[in-house]
Design a protein around this ligand. Structure first.
Ligand SMILES: NC(=O)c1ccc[n+]([C@@H]2O[C@H](COP(=O)([O-])OP(=O)(O)OC[C@H]3O[C@@H](n4cnc5c(N)ncnc54)[C@H](O)[C@@H]3O)[C@@H](O)[C@H]2O)c1
Length: 392
């Protein structure tokens, strides 16, 4: 196994992220190291998109470690990332005889990881969870840091809205196994979408660890797009190290003005969430059937909107947005989208985002290359300029 390891330093909740081909092999030893001999069972929440061979391998590894394996398979969509699905998972755990000592193991993309993590956080007030991310996005971002949860559908006078990740809990994993072999079956579109979160990390890294991830990300791209395992491994390692450091400094996303840095990870997400749940938006106007946007595609557009908004505010030099645009183009991510609703409608969706607490809109905006800060109630014309910049 070509092992790369990143340690997320969180005191008694510290854990190791194993990265590379064969990282799944680390799971049983980590469970026994962290939980001792008490667990008798493991409950695997399994993503229907992951080839069966990886579930079979994981189940065999857990059985060899004398853990009785039960599982549930989920077809992940933002609509099914819901309280109803959470209830199904919890009920299946209860019927399998899952005890408070036994771990949940998430084998899947970000949706399955968030759902399984929240099931683990809430089952009998909390059982351990192991994250085995199977998409690039989940490897570089969702599986690390302990945010778990589901979406909430609410109705108001403007119709039904899906509030993203509105219900959830912080629940750090026991360990993370990012086995890069599973990426080989990941559809190209999801691979590109995952890279948007790497660009996001690059846009804040200089201000946090001093690493010039913008240059590294650009340099890594040819190898990554050619599917070279080592290029992936290194990129994942860099992103996880950055995210791990952010989480170490600010585990529960405190208010930015009080010294919190985790909020910076929401860069691009307030714009992104506002457009992600609009059903008819396609990443390529020539192919409307590709709608809706994937999470990473919406985040990529959100990153660009944030840059243009910051440029309009005069808080960052011109050129920051163009560099981001260049990387998105290189990756093959959309930088504009057709059929975007009018600016007021998109703006009102941003207002409904949970990050707009207490009636205030808080946007993470770049203040330079590799550096961002939180801006409260930015000038509305600049917000509109951000939205209009991604209109195709
Ligand atoms: N918790 C966090 O900190 C955090 C951070 C970022 C994103 N997220 C969440 O993550 C979700 C997006 O995650 P995602 O981009 O992984 O999407 P996803 O979970 O929807 O997975 C994408 C698709 O890939 C399939 N798939 C998964 N692994 C595969 C594999 N190895 N081979 C083939 N197909 C595979 C899935 O079945 C699905 O159809 C969003 O709901 C977002 O809110 C959470």
């Amino acid at each position: 196994m070509n092992a790369r390891e990143v340690r997320v330093e969180l005191g008694e909740r510290a854990y190791t992220v194993h990265i590379g081909p064969g990282a799944l092999l680390s799971v049983p030893a980590e469970i026994r190291k962290r939980l001792g001999t008490t667990p008798r069972r493991a409950f695997v929440v399994r993503d229907s998109g992951v080839p069966a061979v990886f579930f079979d391998e994981l189940a065999a590894l857990l059985s060899d470690a004398e853990l009785a394996v039960s599982s549930i398979e989920l077809v992940p969509t933002e609509q099914s990332k819901s309280i109803a699905t959470l209830e199904r998972v919890l009920a299946a755990m209860a019927s399998s005889g899952h005890s408070r000592a036994d771990p949940v193991v998430a084998l899947g993309g970000g949706i399955v990881g968030d759902l399984a993590g929240f099931a683990a956080a809430s089952y009998q007030r909390g059982v351990p969870v192991v994250q085995c991310p199977t998409t690039l996005l989940a490897m570089v971002d969702a599986s690390v840091g302990g945010k778990t949860g589901v979406n909430l559908r609410v109705a108001n006078d403007t119709g039904d809205r899906l509030l993203k990740n509105f219900v959830g809990a912080f629940h750090q994993p026991l360990t993370v196994a990012a086995d890069t072999r599973v990426l080989m079956s990941l559809p190209d579109r999801h691979r590109r979408a995952g890279l948007a979160e790497c660009v996001k990390h690059a846009m804040i890294a200089l201000g946090i660890t001093g690493a010039d991830l913008m240059s590294e990300t650009r340099a890594a791209m040819p190898g990554v797009l050619a599917g070279e395992e080592d290029a992936y491994g290194r990129l994942i390692e860099r992103s996880v190290a950055l995210k791990g450091e952010v989480v170490r400094r600010d585990e529960r996303e405190s208010i930015a003005g009080l010294g919190g840095v985790r909020m910076l990870l929401n860069l691009g997400h307030t714009f992104g969430h506002a457009i992600e749940t609009i059903p008819n938006l396609s990443p390529n106007p020539a192919y409307p059937e590709l709608a809706p946007l994937h999470h990473g595609e919406a985040v990529g557009l959100g990153l660009l909107a944030a840059c243009r908004c910051a440029e309009r505010l005069g808080m960052c030099e011109p050129g920051v947005g163009d560099e981001v645009l260049g990387i998105l183009d290189m990756i093959g991510l959309p930088s504009t989208v057709r059929d975007l609703p009018d600016t007021d409608e998109v703006r009102s969706r941003m207002g409904a985002d949970k990050k707009a607490a207490g009636g205030k809109l808080r946007l993470v905006l770049p203040e330079g290359r590799g550096r961002c800060r939180v801006v409260t109630n930015p000038d509305e014309t600049a917000v509109a300029a951000g939205i209009d910049a991604i209109r195709g």
